[in-house]
Each structure stands twice: as C-alpha cells, then as structure tokens.
Design a protein around this ligand. Structure first.
Ligand code: SF4
Length: 208
C-alpha cells in the first residue's frame, strides 16, 4: 500500500508468516473455518497495534484510502458477508459503489490507481464504512505524521512518495499475517480490494 521508507521487508514478513503458520494449522485441525482464521489474524494485528504509540490516524483522515490495497480472497469474503448483513438500501448502495470503482480501477497497476486518486468504495464522508472487517493491510498501515500523508497525497506521482513515519513492526505483522493466510488457506489467492470484493459480493459466499 504505502511505498518509500515504509516498503515491506519481505524476509521479515515471511518470518512472521512462518511463525503464524503453526497456529493457523492448529486452528484448521480444530475445525476453524477460513473466515474464523482471518478474523483471528485481524485480532493479532489489532493486539500489536494497541501496544504501540498511538498514530495520528483518526476518523476523517483518509489520505491513504485512495490506494491499491491487496487482500486475500478470504478477507474479501468477510467483507462480502458484512455487506450482506446491512439493510437492503445500504447493500444496494455499496454494491453499486464497488461495481463503479471496480470498473474504474480494472487493469490499473498500483501506481496508476494511486495517481488517479480514486477513493476506496468504502470511504464515505472521510470514514471507513467497513471498519470492523477492514483488510489486514488497512490495519497495518499507520502514520505518526498526518501532515506528510496529506503532502504526499497531493503529489502527482506516488513514485515520489517517501512515506510518513509509521510503525514498521505493525506493517510487518499485518503483511506476515496476510502471507500466512495466503499460504495456509483454500480460496486465499490475493488481489486488489475492490476487484475481489466485487467478485465475492456478487457470488454466493462459500466458507471452506
Ligand atoms: S477498506 Fe476502509 S480503511 Fe481500507 S482503504 Fe477502504 S476505506 Fe480505507
């Protein structure tokens, strides 16, 4: 999601994923399904976040919600399930928004998508409408200086971003948990948030 100084150290994320792998395999052996395991992965990231100094991220600050977000299919299924539980009018609204943004972003690489500053379909009035089930990447990307996020949001090309000061620990735990889901679960291929939610929302939910 964010680039520059906050780029992910792949080896570190893989080491975290390796450690999480055993826990996930244990949960699978005890009969947990993929969505329950994904929720547990989200809780792990949130637990780490609570132990860190509070970032400047807050309701109404959404500069980082105009980017390419990678998620696993099981995370998309969680979001689709959440959307299906909303009142019908809201389901229709978000179904339409997801469809529009999926069309606008189809085929764009991370750089083109961010440079066009297309908001996430779940960003409404500056807030995340699916906060309880937001993806691991959204949980892992924080900022200790919102003014840098704002300045970088105004750049014409995100390739020039240096990244705001953030918790590298949280970023790597989130990335590691996402990798662990990808390695251990069925239906855990990775794709762009809007595209995968679009597919999961219009198709029957299946929990392996
Ligand atoms: S899911 Fe929520 S937190 Fe993540 S990019 Fe979309 S609006 Fe922002």
């Amino acid at each position: 999601m964010k680039r520059g100084k906050n780029a992910v150290n792949v080896a570190l994320a893989q080491a975290i994923a390796q450690a999480a792998r055993q826990d996930i395999q244990g949960m699978v052996a005890k009969g947990s399904n993929s969505e329950q395991i994904a929720v547990q992965a989200q809780k792990t990231v949130d637990l780490v976040a609570r132990k860190l100094p509070a970032p400047q991220c807050r309701q109404g600050c959404s500069f980082c919600c105009h980017q390419h977000v990678l998620i696993t299919r099981v995370e998309a299924q969680l979001i689709a399930r959440y959307l299906r539980a909303l009142p019908e009018l809201e389901q229709t609204f978000f179904g339409d928004r997801v469809g529009e943004v999926a069309q606008q972003t189809q085929g764009l690489d991370w750089r083109e998508r961010a440079n066009r500053k297309i908001p996430c379909p779940f960003l409404q009035a500056g807030s995340c409408s699916i906060y309880a089930v937001r993806p691991l990447q959204c949980r892992g990307v924080t900022s200790y200086d919102a003014s840098i996020c704002e300045r970088e949001f105004q750049l014409a090309d995100v390739a020039d971003c240096q990244g705001a000061p953030a918790s590298e620990e949280l970023l790597h735990v989130a990335q590691g948990m996402q990798l662990a889901l990808e390695w251990c679960l069925k239906f855990s291929d990775v794709g762009e948030l809007t595209q995968l939610v679009h597919e999961s929302f219009i198709q029957p939910c299946q929990t392996p």
